[in-house]
Design a protein around this ligand. Structure first.
Ligand SMILES: *Cc1c(COP(=O)(O)O)cnc(C)c1O
Length: 357
């Protein structure tokens, strides 16, 4: 049976990434050794790291003056590293959900946090608008894609202080104007590679402004100065991420991927809006995520939630259960998810509708 992988993260990767990584794990770069048993300082792995950084910059069109680093610890460690490195006394945060809250919690260890707006009143099913960012904030932090609730900020806007974005679950889904941001970070395991590597894009001139002593490993400058080789980097995840970057380039780059993402998400949202059994949880179409599509059973059909999940599981669908904090369903339509899987899900929804009506 064909499998359809809608997991939210770790999540589907291109077949190319899996195939190339499997090959390298058995014989890396013709050395006869595994990628897992060769020095990260070998010329073969240094070439992987260099190419990953270069291709990352190329695909995102990252301007001069920015560094790209690959570190461990997940996006969750960035929640602390951001204020550690950048917050003098005050920072502004947009509260769009669980991940934003975790970032806010860490920032409070370093100074005053101003929550400029929150969508908590409606279980984070929209992106707050019309807020003001205090001019004396050291930075403004946003979460561009809210993986759990299916909302997304798909615009690179201007703000009066340095802008910092957690792009864990929508990096490489659309072209971004990196020049609008001071820092962009995220875990790889949603749209880039396996868990274990975290990317950080940093505008170099933002660093060196805080007085506190920063532990070596938590200091961005350490990893910039050493090209992400201060200590042993997550070798296998970096290699796998490079394969995804190569795959992205072969697809025609991110502008092409975005077109496919708009098409895929559009098909599924159209069915959710049409099918009387289902209902989208994000009302404002402009706030709907292209990566995580959240929906529930419509009024009157709530009793079928579990049954639909079982029905779908029997048809080879994985990962459709909504996050435990919100329930319902979540179909993650990351870059690597083929349009055929979206079409198969739509067919399953239509079949379920026929059975129940
Ligand atoms: C998954 C996720 C995180 C957490 O990432 P880890 O790498 O597990 O720490 C943070 N932010 C967003 C938006 C996410 O989707």
């Amino acid at each position: 049976m064909k499998k359809h992988n809608f997991f939210a993260g770790p999540s589907i990767l291109p077949q190319f990434t899996l195939d190339e990584t499997i090959k390298a794990i058995s014989d890396f770069a013709g050395t006869g050794l595994s990628l897992m048993e060769i020095s990260h300082r070998s010329k073969q792995f240094v070439a992987v790291m260099d190419e990953a950084q270069a291709l990352f910059k190329e695909l995102l069109n990252i301007p001069e003056g920015y560094s790209v680093i690959f570190v461990g610890g997940g996006a969750s460690t960035q929640f602390a590293m951001i204020p550690y490195n950048l917050m003098k006394s005050k920072a502004a945060y947009l509260n769009t959900g669980a991940w934003a809250n975790k970032a806010i919690k860490e920032a409070k260890n370093f100074g005053e946090v101003v929550e400029v707006a929150s969508s908590k009143d409606k279980t984070y099913n929209y992106i707050p608008k019309g807020y003001e960012v205090p001019e004396d904030a050291d930075y403004f932090h946003i979460t561009t894609n809210n993986t759990i609730y299916g909302t997304e900020i798909r615009e690179d806007f201007d703000v009066n202080v340095p802008l910092i974005a957690d792009m864990s679950s929508d990096i490489f889904s659309r072209p971004i104007d990196v020049s609008k941001y001071a820092v962009i970070y995220g875990g790889a395991q949603k749209n880039l590679g396996p868990a274990g590597v975290t990317f950080v894009i940093i505008r170099n001139d933002i660093l060196g402004k805080v007085d506190r002593t920063i532990p070596t490993m938590l200091n961005y400058q350490t990893h910039i100065d050493k090209g992400s080789m201060f200590n042993t980097p997550p070798v296998v995840p970096v290699f796998a991420a490079l394969q995804t970057l190569k795959w992205l380039k072969a697809q025609g780059g991110i502008a092409e991927i975005e077109k496919i993402n708009i098409h895929k998400a559009g098909l599924l949202y159209d069915e959710i809006d049409r099918n009387p059994m289902f209902k989208g949880t994000v009302e404002d179409v402009a706030d709907r995520s292209l990566m995580n599509i959240c929906f529930v059973m419509n009024e009157g059909f709530e009793q079928y939630e579990k049954e639909f999940l079982e029905f779908a599981a029997n048809k080879g669908f994985f990962g459709l259960k909504g996050h435990r904090s919100v329930g319902g369903f979540r179909a993650s339509t990351y870059n690597a998810l083929p349009v055929e899987s979206v079409q198969a899900l739509i067919e399953a929804m239509q079949e379920f509708e026929k059975i129940k009506s």
